[in-house]
Ligand binder design. Structure first.
Ligand code: BEZ
Length: 258
């Protein structure tokens, strides 16, 4: 989900609101689990496990899964499911050559120092271990970002330090993986327009709080209204059905055996 030390974004997490407005994250995440192909007895780290829904799903294969997330609220929700979950910052993973695989879904775009995160993932993996992840890639939620930035600018507010996400290109992330010591098996950007079951205002409330951080309520309301108005031309069908312009970066990589 989010990280503590390298994220000054002001994003806050609420497990109930997350499951209410973003249940598609788990549905789509199951495709990434297929790519992971967990085996009984394997030790797997679920990095940014959120409320543990996918941690639990991976565990049903007979793999031994540990979920970590920086959000206390998410970890409480994960523990309530009965999964093994711990509140740990992704930049301070305490694991040393312990896992057969590290899995991460819809989390890495919140971590603004990807090289450090990849180095921690590498250290957590056994030699030959694999890394399977999906997160926002280059162009992800581009219309949403542009509408937010324009709406803030219209009120004289700079969005420069409010944009909280890392959305790399294939070339950039592949290079980073190789620099850290991974061999890339597959890496691609996938455009995946995603229906928002409870609409754009709820998506913005759930995920885009850094853009609104510290604003007075009346200004926040105007920025929100203008953003929705701008986005209605591209991301709403006019009958109240909204979608988000998601672009996923999907990657599989492994460490050499020695
Ligand atoms: C994503 O999953 O791509 C995403 C979710 C929330 C905010 C930004 C990106």
């Amino acid at each position: 989900m989010t990280d503590i030390s390298n994220n000054t974004s002001g994003q806050t997490w609420d497990a109930t609101s997350y499951s209410q407005h973003a249940d598609y994250v788990v549905t789509y995440g199951k495709d990434v689990v297929k790519l992971l192909s967990p085996k009984p007895g394997e030790r797997i780290l679920d990095l940014g496990c959120g409320d543990g829904a996918l941690t639990e799903y991976i565990g049903q294969t007979g793999a031994e899964v540990v979920g970590v997330d920086a959000s206390e609220d998410m970890i409480e929700a994960a523990l309530a499911r009965g999964v093994n979950a711990r509140r740990i910052d992704a930049y301070q993973l305490p694991f040393d050559q312990e896992f057969d695989a590290v899995f991460s879904n819809a989390a890495l775009h919140w971590m603004l120092d990807p090289q450090t995160v990849l180095a921690c993932i590498k250290r957590a993996l056994k030699p030959g271990g694999r890394f399977v992840a999906e997160f926002g890639g280059h162009g992800n939620v581009a219309a949403i970002c542009t509408a937010l930035i324009a709406s803030l600018q219209f009120r004289g507010i700079s969005a420069k330090h409010r944009h909280p996400w890392y959305f790399p290109t294939v070339e950039e992330y592949a290079h980073l993986l190789e620099t850290v010591g991974f061999k890339v098996d597959s890496i691609e950007l996938i455009a995946r327009p995603t229906k928002l079951p409870t609409g754009m205002a709820n998506w913005l409330d759930t995920f885009a709080s850094p853009f609104f951080h510290g604003l007075d309520d009346d200004i926040k309301e105007t920025v929100m209204d203008n953003t929705l108005n701008l986005l209605s031309h591209s991301l709403s069908d006019g009958q109240g059905h909204w979608s988000a312009d998601y672009v996923r970066l999907r990657v599989t990589a492994h460490l050499p055996t020695s």
